[in-house]
Each structure stands twice: as C-alpha cells, then as structure tokens.
Design a protein around this ligand. Structure first.
Ligand SMILES: Nc1nc2c(c(=O)[nH]1)N[C@H]1C(S)=C(S)[C@@H](COP(=O)(O)O)O[C@H]1N2
Ligand SMILES: [Mo]
Length: 434
C-alpha cells in the first residue's frame, strides 16, 4: 500500500514536472487527425504497391494514367516522411500520459495502454524501416523488407483503430476548436477520469499534508491557480501556438525538401531526398548498376539474344531482329518503390508484338527473366493488362540513344503504371506462363 502510494506520488510528480500548455488533449487530437490521415494514405497506397508486386489471381490493375504508380508511391513515401515530425510532436503532446497514476486502473485501461504501446512501437518501427528503405539500406535488415513492412502495416492500422475507438470521447470533445477553447482563447481542460486522479490527489494530500493539483495537466491548473491572470493565460497561449507553428513549419520544410524526388514542381528545392531528378547516366537515376547485378559480360556479349517462349513455340530475337520490328516511342516514368521517379522517353518494339510472334493468347501472363542471376529482381511476372498494353515496350533506346548498360542494355521492359522493381533490365527471356 505504502509502495503504491509512493509510486503514485512519483508518477504524479513527474506528470506535474513535465506538464506544459503545449501538452494537452486538443493538440493530441489535432496532431492525431493529421497522423491518421497520413497513416491511412500510406496504408492504402502501400496495399496498392504490395498487390502490384504480389497480385492475387483475380486482381486487375489500372494502367492509366501512366503515372498512377508514380503518384501513389510518391504519396506513400511523402506521407511516410511527414509522419516523423507529426509522430514525434504527438508523442510530445501526450508525454505526461505515460506517467498516469494509478498506472493501471482496470482491465480495460490495461488493454488500452497496451494497445497504445503496441501502436507507438509498431509505427516507429514502420516509418523507420520505410525511411531506411528509401536510402536502400534494407540490405542491412536481414529480413525481407516488403513482407515486414506489409505485416507491420496491419499491426499499425489495427492498433490505430483500437486507439481511435478507445479515445473517441476525447477525440469528439476536442475535435472542434471552438469547443476546446473558451471565449478568450484559453484552453478548456476536461479530465478524462477525474475521479481516479482526485483519489490520487487526495491520497497524496493525506500523505504530504499539502494540497495537490490533480489531472494530466495538474501543473497547469496549479500554475494558473484555476483562474489564470491575463498575462499567464497569454503566455500559455503563446506556448501552445508556438508549438503548433513549429510542428507545421518542420513538416512543411521536410516535405518540401524531399518530395521533389517524386513531384517535379518541387525538384528545385529537393535538398534532402535520396534521389535527384536528372542525375545518372542518360540523366536518369540508376538503382542497381550492371556491375552490381553481375551482368557486365553477358549484357555486352555480341551473341546476346532475347528468347520468347510460348509452350513449344520459341522465337529468338537478336538486337537487329528486334530493331527490324515496328519501333514505338513512349514517354513513361520509372517510379521506384523508394519514392523517386522520373519521366523518360523510351523506344523499342511493343511487348505485345513479340508475344504475337509466338502466338500467345491475349490474356496470357508472362514471366520475364533477366541476365541477372543474383538478387531479387532477376525474374518478374506481368499480368495481361500490362503485357498487352500498347504502351508496354521492350525498350532498346532511352532519350534517343542506345540504352546505357546501367539502364538495361541490350533491352529492358518498360510498362505504364508499374513499380520500378518490375521494369526488368538486361532481358534474356520472356515466357508465357498461363
Ligand atoms: N534485372 C534487374 N532489373 C531491374 C532492377 C534490378 O535490380 N535488376 N532494379 C529495378 C528497380 S528497383 C528500378 S527502380 C528500376 C530502375 O531503372 P533504372 O536504373 O533504369 O532507372 O529498374 C528495375 N529493374
Ligand atoms: Mo526500385
């Protein structure tokens, strides 16, 4: 009993010590709304990206506008980056809640705190590995980035829904600004569970012989003496506004200086993104070079051919035979899962024409095999909506020049609306699989 009283007293004092006008339920709701928006945007665009790479058999994907994946993945990575300042600000604003006393009031309260702990841990992990991935550091993880990110996404969204459900009364109470502030702009604080806190305060008063302020914002009450002088109320207001302004500026600057890797109009101020438009061979960034993929020798071999297979039918295309086919010019973006993207002008025969050469059915799925033997992206699959898209090319040229070896020479796939990982470079074989 004495021990719990002492623990409660310590918690209570910590809470009073860390209380601040910037730490309040209204801020938690304002930041929570923005975070929920960012998380939902990341979740939806993340599912889209995941299923493009791992489709369920019945799934059919849109291929127009050609930049659809550029947009969804740009939103995914940009919203994920915005989560850093927003999440830290949110944690800052609810920090005193960590020291609630009593720490556990009921079984429901225990579940609530556990779900929030899970949510915080999972979302911190999620945005951190996501950010590392945009710097291509996933090789450091020792686990599959995509599967981990996908599994965590469900944990984040599930615990977020529980969190929103649990906090619904607070969210509703502080949703509208005019309900959260009184006539002269002073924040109105309502205790979530005043009885519990009152009990603690009474107990402490009994123990210490001194009156105790109660509540999450106990110190605020004490400091304002419940009827704050105008100067103090003004100072509290300034603190609150200053905090929100800082978060807004930090988030805006961070987004503005990184989103240029996706959104062209922000390219001039792209200072901190891992990628910059126009930087790379033939002015296009490269993820994996021919050297890293181990294809330098095979890709430059004069006897290189591309084989198209449909069951027993096979056609072998040398470079000159590919060149003899009708050539198409298409402007299509490379849109990497890491968030960078860039439009480029590609030239080569239609994949559809090559599939016709072996009599492939219009609804055939195909497997695309690269010269690359190591790594994950050497073999990819393509659904018929992409394989038969008239814009999908086996590209031989980029920006009017022969493909650079790092962009997939002698030939690569380029299709609209697909993640960069599926735009296979250094082609060797294309087979009908179903
Ligand atoms: N064979 C092969 N193709 C590949 C890759 C790879 O590692 N191996 N990387 C992919 C990825 S992740 C991207 S974003 C694009 C990048 O194309 P670029 O290097 O021409 O810009 O190529 C894709 N094609
Ligand atoms: Mo990529």
């Amino acid at each position: 009993m004495l021990l719990t009283a002492r623990l409660q007293r310590i918690l209570h004092q910590i809470r009073r010590a860390v209380a601040s006008p910037a730490r309040n339920a209204r801020h938690a709701v304002v930041l929570g709304r923005l975070l929920a928006l960012a998380f939902l945007a990341c979740f939806a665009t993340g599912l889209y990206s995941h299923f493009l790479q791992d489709p369920l058999p019945w799934m059919v994907f849109p291929n127009r506008p050609v930049w659809i994946y550029q947009l969804t993945q740009g939103i995914h990575v940009t919203a994920g980056i915005a989560c850093f300042p927003l999440l830290f600000a949110k944690l800052f604003s609810v920090f005193p809640e960590l020291f609630q006393s009593p720490p556990v009031r009921s079984f429901g309260h225990l579940v609530e705190r556990a779900s929030i702990a899970l949510f915080v841990a999972a979302s911190l992990m999620q945005i951190t590995i996501g950010l590392l991935n945009t710097y291509q550091l996933y090789a450091l993880f020792g686990f599959s980035f995509r599967l981990t990110h996908y599994a965590l996404a469900w944990i984040v969204i599930g615990s977020l829904l529980i969190h929103i459900g649990v906090k619904l009364p607070t969210i509703a109470r502080y949703w509208r600004k005019r309900d959260a502030y009184d006539g002269d702009g002073t924040l109105v604080i309502e205790e979530e569970d005043p009885d519990a806190d009152l009990e603690v305060a009474d107990e402490l008063q009994r123990l210490t012989g001194r009156p105790q302020a109660h509540g999450v914002t106990g110190r605020l009450f004490a400091w304002m003496d419940r009827t704050p002088a105008p100067r103090e109320a003004h100072a509290a207001r300034e603190t609150r506004r200053g905090f929100l302004a800082t978060v807004a500026v930090a988030t805006t600057v961070l987004v503005a200086t990184t989103a240029g890797q996706t959104f062209r109009f922000l390219d001039p101020v792209n200072a901190f993104a891992p990628r910059k438009k126009g930087v790379g061979p033939q002015t296009l960034p490269v993820n994996r070079t021919a050297k890293a993929a181990g294809v330098l020798a095979t890709a430059t071999a004069p006897e290189w051919t591309l084989t198209i297979v449909n069951g027993g039918t096979r056609e072998v295309f040398s470079r000159s035979r590919l060149r003899a086919l009708p050539q198409r010019d298409e402007v299509l973006p490379i849109a990497c899962v890491e968030g960078w993207s860039q439009d480029a002008v590609w030239r080569g025969p239609r994949l559809s024409d090559l599939l016709d050469a072996v009599g492939a059915a219009p609804d055939a799925h195909v497997r695309i095999t690269s010269l690359q033997r190591r790594g994950n992206f050497g073999v990819t699959e393509m659904q018929p909506e992409f394989a038969r898209d008239p814009l999908t090319l086996v590209a031989l040229e980029l920006f009017g020049e022969e493909l650079d070896i790092d962009h997939g020479y002698p030939a690569r796939v380029i299709a609209p609306g697909r993640p960069g990982v599926l735009q296979t470079k250094w082609l060797s074989m294309i087979e009908v699989i179903a």
